[in-house]
Ligand binder design. Structure first.
Ligand code: G
Ligand code: G
Ligand code: MN
Ligand code: NA
Length: 253
Protein backbone atom coordinates (compact mmCIF):
# COMPACT_ATOMS: atom_id res chain seq x y z
CA UNK A 1 0.00 0.00 0.00
CA UNK A 2 1.36 3.32 -1.07
CA UNK A 3 0.52 5.29 2.08
CA UNK A 4 2.19 2.65 4.23
CA UNK A 5 5.35 2.89 2.15
CA UNK A 6 5.40 6.68 2.34
CA UNK A 7 4.87 6.56 6.10
CA UNK A 8 7.55 3.94 6.71
CA UNK A 9 10.02 5.86 4.62
CA UNK A 10 9.29 9.13 6.46
CA UNK A 11 9.84 7.42 9.81
CA UNK A 12 13.04 5.70 8.62
CA UNK A 13 14.42 8.99 7.37
CA UNK A 14 13.00 11.01 10.25
CA UNK A 15 11.59 13.32 7.60
CA UNK A 16 8.08 13.99 8.93
CA UNK A 17 7.41 17.73 8.77
CA UNK A 18 6.04 19.74 11.65
CA UNK A 19 4.29 23.08 11.17
CA UNK A 20 3.33 25.51 13.92
CA UNK A 21 0.06 27.38 14.34
CA UNK A 22 0.36 30.45 16.59
CA UNK A 23 -1.83 30.73 19.67
CA UNK A 24 -2.64 34.33 20.52
CA UNK A 25 -3.18 35.95 23.89
CA UNK A 26 -6.49 37.68 23.14
CA UNK A 27 -5.83 40.61 25.47
CA UNK A 28 -2.35 41.52 24.20
CA UNK A 29 -2.63 39.93 20.72
CA UNK A 30 0.83 38.46 21.27
CA UNK A 31 1.84 34.97 20.14
CA UNK A 32 2.35 33.02 23.35
CA UNK A 33 2.18 29.42 22.18
CA UNK A 34 2.18 27.29 19.06
CA UNK A 35 0.37 24.07 18.19
CA UNK A 36 2.65 21.61 16.43
CA UNK A 37 0.91 19.85 13.55
CA UNK A 38 2.48 16.96 11.68
CA UNK A 39 2.63 17.00 7.88
CA UNK A 40 3.37 14.11 5.55
CA UNK A 41 3.50 14.48 1.77
CA UNK A 42 2.22 11.72 -0.48
CA UNK A 43 3.93 10.65 -3.70
CA UNK A 44 1.72 13.05 -5.68
CA UNK A 45 3.12 15.90 -3.59
CA UNK A 46 -0.15 16.54 -1.77
CA UNK A 47 -0.31 16.42 2.00
CA UNK A 48 -2.01 13.39 3.55
CA UNK A 49 -4.56 14.30 6.26
CA UNK A 50 -2.93 13.72 9.67
CA UNK A 51 -5.79 11.60 11.09
CA UNK A 52 -5.18 9.21 8.19
CA UNK A 53 -1.45 8.69 8.67
CA UNK A 54 -1.66 8.87 12.46
CA UNK A 55 -4.22 6.06 12.59
CA UNK A 56 -2.18 4.05 10.10
CA UNK A 57 0.90 4.52 12.29
CA UNK A 58 -1.19 3.25 15.20
CA UNK A 59 -2.30 0.17 13.24
CA UNK A 60 1.25 -0.59 12.14
CA UNK A 61 2.69 -0.23 15.64
CA UNK A 62 4.75 2.77 14.54
CA UNK A 63 3.06 5.50 16.56
CA UNK A 64 5.58 5.45 19.40
CA UNK A 65 8.42 6.14 17.01
CA UNK A 66 6.50 8.65 14.88
CA UNK A 67 5.18 10.42 17.97
CA UNK A 68 8.67 10.70 19.39
CA UNK A 69 9.99 12.23 16.16
CA UNK A 70 7.18 14.80 16.16
CA UNK A 71 7.73 15.58 19.85
CA UNK A 72 11.46 15.96 19.35
CA UNK A 73 11.08 18.36 16.42
CA UNK A 74 8.52 20.35 18.40
CA UNK A 75 10.67 20.65 21.52
CA UNK A 76 13.70 21.52 19.43
CA UNK A 77 11.74 24.40 17.85
CA UNK A 78 10.57 25.69 21.24
CA UNK A 79 14.12 25.59 22.58
CA UNK A 80 15.25 27.63 19.59
CA UNK A 81 12.54 30.26 20.21
CA UNK A 82 13.52 30.36 23.86
CA UNK A 83 17.18 30.84 22.97
CA UNK A 84 16.16 33.73 20.76
CA UNK A 85 14.39 35.41 23.64
CA UNK A 86 10.84 34.19 22.93
CA UNK A 87 9.60 31.69 25.53
CA UNK A 88 6.79 30.30 23.37
CA UNK A 89 5.16 27.12 24.62
CA UNK A 90 4.82 24.32 22.09
CA UNK A 91 1.60 22.28 22.17
CA UNK A 92 1.91 18.74 20.85
CA UNK A 93 -0.99 16.42 20.02
CA UNK A 94 -0.70 12.99 21.57
CA UNK A 95 -2.41 9.92 20.18
CA UNK A 96 -4.21 7.84 22.78
CA UNK A 97 -2.29 4.74 21.84
CA UNK A 98 1.02 6.57 22.19
CA UNK A 99 0.01 8.03 25.53
CA UNK A 100 -0.92 4.62 26.94
CA UNK A 101 2.10 2.81 25.52
CA UNK A 102 4.69 1.62 27.98
CA UNK A 103 7.48 4.09 28.60
CA UNK A 104 5.60 7.16 27.39
CA UNK A 105 6.60 9.28 30.38
CA UNK A 106 10.25 8.27 29.99
CA UNK A 107 10.12 9.09 26.31
CA UNK A 108 8.80 12.61 26.97
CA UNK A 109 11.34 13.17 29.68
CA UNK A 110 14.24 11.98 27.53
CA UNK A 111 13.20 14.33 24.73
CA UNK A 112 13.05 17.26 27.15
CA UNK A 113 16.50 16.41 28.46
CA UNK A 114 18.00 15.96 25.00
CA UNK A 115 16.56 19.23 23.72
CA UNK A 116 17.21 21.00 27.00
CA UNK A 117 13.68 22.46 26.97
CA UNK A 118 12.05 23.62 30.19
CA UNK A 119 9.03 21.52 31.13
CA UNK A 120 6.84 24.61 31.33
CA UNK A 121 7.39 25.24 27.61
CA UNK A 122 5.78 21.94 26.63
CA UNK A 123 2.03 21.35 26.55
CA UNK A 124 0.55 17.99 25.64
CA UNK A 125 -2.87 17.96 23.96
CA UNK A 126 -4.91 14.90 24.83
CA UNK A 127 -8.44 14.07 23.75
CA UNK A 128 -11.50 13.45 25.84
CA UNK A 129 -11.69 9.93 24.42
CA UNK A 130 -8.22 9.21 25.83
CA UNK A 131 -9.40 10.30 29.26
CA UNK A 132 -12.21 7.78 29.06
CA UNK A 133 -9.91 4.83 28.37
CA UNK A 134 -8.05 3.08 31.17
CA UNK A 135 -8.92 5.67 33.79
CA UNK A 136 -6.35 4.71 36.43
CA UNK A 137 -3.53 4.32 33.93
CA UNK A 138 -4.30 7.63 32.25
CA UNK A 139 -4.65 9.48 35.55
CA UNK A 140 -1.29 8.16 36.74
CA UNK A 141 0.58 9.19 33.61
CA UNK A 142 -1.09 12.61 33.57
CA UNK A 143 -0.10 13.14 37.17
CA UNK A 144 3.53 12.18 36.55
CA UNK A 145 3.72 14.50 33.55
CA UNK A 146 1.99 17.36 35.30
CA UNK A 147 4.20 17.11 38.37
CA UNK A 148 7.23 17.87 36.22
CA UNK A 149 5.67 21.16 35.11
CA UNK A 150 4.49 20.06 31.67
CA UNK A 151 1.11 21.59 30.77
CA UNK A 152 -1.85 19.38 29.89
CA UNK A 153 -4.59 20.49 27.52
CA UNK A 154 -7.79 18.76 26.52
CA UNK A 155 -8.22 19.12 22.78
CA UNK A 156 -11.53 19.35 20.89
CA UNK A 157 -13.29 19.87 24.20
CA UNK A 158 -17.05 19.43 24.07
CA UNK A 159 -17.06 16.75 21.40
CA UNK A 160 -16.44 13.84 23.78
CA UNK A 161 -18.03 12.51 26.90
CA UNK A 162 -15.69 13.21 29.78
CA UNK A 163 -17.42 13.26 33.12
CA UNK A 164 -17.08 16.47 35.04
CA UNK A 165 -16.15 14.80 38.32
CA UNK A 166 -13.34 12.92 36.61
CA UNK A 167 -12.19 16.08 34.88
CA UNK A 168 -12.08 17.88 38.20
CA UNK A 169 -9.78 15.23 39.62
CA UNK A 170 -7.30 15.32 36.75
CA UNK A 171 -4.29 17.64 36.56
CA UNK A 172 -5.50 19.53 33.50
CA UNK A 173 -4.42 23.12 32.75
CA UNK A 174 -6.15 24.07 29.50
CA UNK A 175 -9.42 23.42 27.66
CA UNK A 176 -9.38 23.88 23.90
CA UNK A 177 -12.89 24.68 22.73
CA UNK A 178 -13.56 22.63 19.63
CA UNK A 179 -13.58 24.59 16.40
CA UNK A 180 -16.93 23.17 15.26
CA UNK A 181 -18.70 25.10 18.04
CA UNK A 182 -16.81 28.30 17.26
CA UNK A 183 -17.57 27.97 13.56
CA UNK A 184 -21.28 27.39 14.17
CA UNK A 185 -21.94 29.69 17.10
CA UNK A 186 -23.01 32.70 15.00
CA UNK A 187 -25.70 30.72 13.20
CA UNK A 188 -26.64 28.26 15.85
CA UNK A 189 -27.79 29.22 19.32
CA UNK A 190 -27.00 25.78 20.69
CA UNK A 191 -23.35 26.05 19.65
CA UNK A 192 -23.20 29.48 21.24
CA UNK A 193 -24.64 28.03 24.45
CA UNK A 194 -22.07 25.24 24.38
CA UNK A 195 -19.20 27.71 24.00
CA UNK A 196 -20.54 29.77 26.90
CA UNK A 197 -21.04 26.68 29.06
CA UNK A 198 -17.51 25.37 28.37
CA UNK A 199 -16.12 28.81 29.21
CA UNK A 200 -18.04 28.90 32.51
CA UNK A 201 -16.83 25.41 33.29
CA UNK A 202 -13.24 26.41 32.54
CA UNK A 203 -13.47 29.38 34.86
CA UNK A 204 -14.99 27.44 37.71
CA UNK A 205 -12.23 24.82 37.42
CA UNK A 206 -9.56 27.52 37.01
CA UNK A 207 -8.49 26.28 33.61
CA UNK A 208 -7.18 28.41 30.77
CA UNK A 209 -9.40 28.47 27.69
CA UNK A 210 -8.27 28.40 24.09
CA UNK A 211 -10.83 29.12 21.38
CA UNK A 212 -10.01 27.18 18.24
CA UNK A 213 -10.96 27.85 14.63
CA UNK A 214 -11.32 31.61 15.11
CA UNK A 215 -11.86 32.96 11.60
CA UNK A 216 -13.55 36.34 12.13
CA UNK A 217 -13.32 39.31 14.45
CA UNK A 218 -16.83 38.48 15.59
CA UNK A 219 -15.75 35.00 16.71
CA UNK A 220 -12.95 36.61 18.70
CA UNK A 221 -15.19 39.23 20.24
CA UNK A 222 -17.72 36.65 21.44
CA UNK A 223 -15.04 34.39 22.89
CA UNK A 224 -13.50 37.33 24.70
CA UNK A 225 -16.89 38.28 26.10
CA UNK A 226 -17.08 34.75 27.58
CA UNK A 227 -13.68 35.24 29.21
CA UNK A 228 -11.70 33.02 26.85
CA UNK A 229 -8.05 34.09 27.18
CA UNK A 230 -6.42 32.56 24.12
CA UNK A 231 -7.24 31.98 20.50
CA UNK A 232 -6.07 30.06 17.51
CA UNK A 233 -7.35 30.24 13.95
CA UNK A 234 -7.12 31.63 10.46
CA UNK A 235 -8.05 35.13 11.66
CA UNK A 236 -4.53 35.24 13.05
CA UNK A 237 -2.40 32.68 11.26
CA UNK A 238 -2.51 29.35 9.51
CA UNK A 239 -0.02 26.69 10.57
CA UNK A 240 3.42 27.98 9.56
CA UNK A 241 6.68 26.34 8.66
CA UNK A 242 9.36 26.99 11.26
CA UNK A 243 11.15 29.59 9.14
CA UNK A 244 7.91 31.55 8.64
CA UNK A 245 7.03 31.24 12.31
CA UNK A 246 10.48 32.61 13.17
CA UNK A 247 10.01 35.55 10.81
CA UNK A 248 6.73 36.30 12.54
CA UNK A 249 7.72 36.03 16.19
CA UNK A 250 11.45 36.68 16.21
CA UNK A 251 11.75 39.31 13.51
CA UNK A 252 8.18 40.57 13.90
CA UNK A 253 7.56 40.48 10.15
O1 G B 1 -3.37 20.02 11.07
P1 G B 1 -4.69 19.46 10.66
O2 G B 1 -5.91 20.33 10.66
O3 G B 1 -4.62 18.81 9.32
O4 G B 1 -4.96 18.30 11.73
C1 G B 1 -6.06 17.51 11.68
C2 G B 1 -6.10 16.64 12.90
O5 G B 1 -4.91 15.86 13.02
C3 G B 1 -6.25 17.43 14.20
O6 G B 1 -7.24 16.83 14.98
C4 G B 1 -4.90 17.28 14.84
O7 G B 1 -5.04 17.23 16.24
C5 G B 1 -4.38 15.95 14.31
N1 G B 1 -2.92 15.98 14.31
C6 G B 1 -2.11 16.83 13.66
N2 G B 1 -0.81 16.58 13.96
C7 G B 1 -0.82 15.57 14.86
C8 G B 1 0.22 14.88 15.59
O8 G B 1 1.41 15.17 15.52
N3 G B 1 -0.19 13.87 16.42
C9 G B 1 -1.50 13.53 16.56
N4 G B 1 -1.78 12.52 17.38
N5 G B 1 -2.49 14.16 15.91
C10 G B 1 -2.16 15.17 15.08
O1 G C 1 -8.13 18.86 16.38
P1 G C 1 -7.10 19.92 16.39
O2 G C 1 -7.48 21.07 17.19
O3 G C 1 -5.73 19.45 16.76
O4 G C 1 -7.04 20.46 14.89
C1 G C 1 -6.21 21.47 14.49
C2 G C 1 -6.46 21.64 13.02
O5 G C 1 -7.39 22.70 12.78
C3 G C 1 -5.22 21.96 12.24
O6 G C 1 -5.06 21.05 11.23
C4 G C 1 -5.45 23.31 11.64
O7 G C 1 -4.97 23.36 10.31
C5 G C 1 -6.97 23.45 11.66
N1 G C 1 -7.35 24.85 11.87
C6 G C 1 -6.73 25.74 12.67
N2 G C 1 -7.35 26.95 12.65
C7 G C 1 -8.40 26.81 11.81
C8 G C 1 -9.42 27.73 11.37
O8 G C 1 -9.50 28.89 11.75
N3 G C 1 -10.34 27.21 10.50
C9 G C 1 -10.31 25.92 10.07
N4 G C 1 -11.26 25.52 9.22
N5 G C 1 -9.36 25.03 10.47
C10 G C 1 -8.41 25.48 11.32
MN1 MN D 1 -4.90 19.91 18.65
NA1 NA E 1 -9.08 20.87 18.48
Amino acid sequence: MELEQVLREAIDKNSIEVVFQPQIDLASQQVIAAEALARLKGKDGDYIPPPKFISLAEELGLITKLGEQILRKSCFAAKDWYDQGKPIRVCVNVSALQFCSEGYFDQVFAVLEDTNLKTSLLELEVTESLLMQDVDLVEGILRDLSLTGIFIAIDDFGTGYSSLSYLKRLPVDVLKIDQSFVREMLDDKQSMDIVRTISDLGHSMQLKLVGEGIETAEHEQILKSFGCQMGQGYLYHKPLHKADFDRLVIQGA
